[in-house]
Design a protein around this ligand. Sequence first.
Ligand SMILES: [Zn+2]
Length: 403
Amino acid sequence: MHFDRLFVNARLATMAGRGPIVGLIDRGALGVREGRIAYVGSMADLPEDASAGEKTDCLGRLITPGLIDCHTHLVYAGDRAREFERRLEGASYEDIATEGGGIVSTVRATRAASDEALASESLRRLDALMAEGVTTVEIKSGYGLETGSEAKQLRVARSLATRRAVDIKTTFLGAHALPPEARNDRKAYVDALCQEMLPAIARQGLADAVDAFCESIAFSPAEVGRVFDCAKSLGLPVKLHADQLTNLHGAALAASYGALSADHLEHTDEDGVAAMAKAGTVAVMLPGAFYFLRDTNVPPIETCRRHGVPMAIATDCNPGSSPLTSPLLAMNMAATLFRMTVAECLIGFTRAAAQALGCLADRGTLEIGKRCDLAIWNVETPAALVYPMGHDPLERRIFGGRG
Ligand SMILES: [Zn+2]
């Protein structure tokens, strides 16, 4: 049996199976052929005739699937550090709005940026994610809020995969906020979303999915329903920013459309979780936003466990509410703030994250036939990944069998 590459003497966190298990294999081996996993198991069970073009002794290090950040707003221009500073000095939301801050400032900067400028600003954030073992990133639009600028954001997001060894999944989030010019006519903007923007994005093949922000300060369930009907008619899967600040029953709404995921969920009730379980919708926990906004409503972790709803975790990297580019810190926050277990934290950035992006058949666990995307860590146990804060023990990142 010949492999292009063989990793030996590793502790493999395969993440395979169902439920809260890591699937550890001690003294494990992982064989690669044509960028796919061709063997995963104990070294003792390796066929005697096993040979490899390249053999790596992992010296007992932990190997996990490459991490998957399934919810980011990574492509944007400008930053909101000054606004953060002003808020700490006591400025009110009104003061900041008057000074031209808030999401409108990100929309303005993103609209004005060239493709190249937008890409280079975004690459810095992408590099930070990759430095902690990320191999697949979901990136949303939502700072353009008109067809051309939304298309630019998604085009730039896709282009990042040609500049780095990473896979990008794009999501159209035109229903993120009302653009400043539509302040007085919500209906006209939702009409434009459904009749012009989304069809144009779909025609250009720029989006893998469609998202919306269902909230009293954003879009109503009825407006989200219109956007989702349109997405469905174009054959695009949906996901939803749901129940973050109030319970508008967004989780149940997402489930009724068979959504890939419902994200945030700080105010989701048991009916919402039950609906997600029935629909196979993944719960995406975003502890960075919870922390940054100093939220106190913990999402319904125990209810998700009881109903068997898979829980993903993501950075939610965005300039307004989660300027976070560390998946390891997100895991630590999910553990400390949400009391998620070590196994759940790891599953959150691997198996469940892959499911949230609809690509679990292809990645997210170490199983034969899947993409060989790996993170090799200078630790021996999963707990040692989740426990520290501000420490990056990544030894090596393997993308499609290379690296
Ligand atoms: Zn978000």
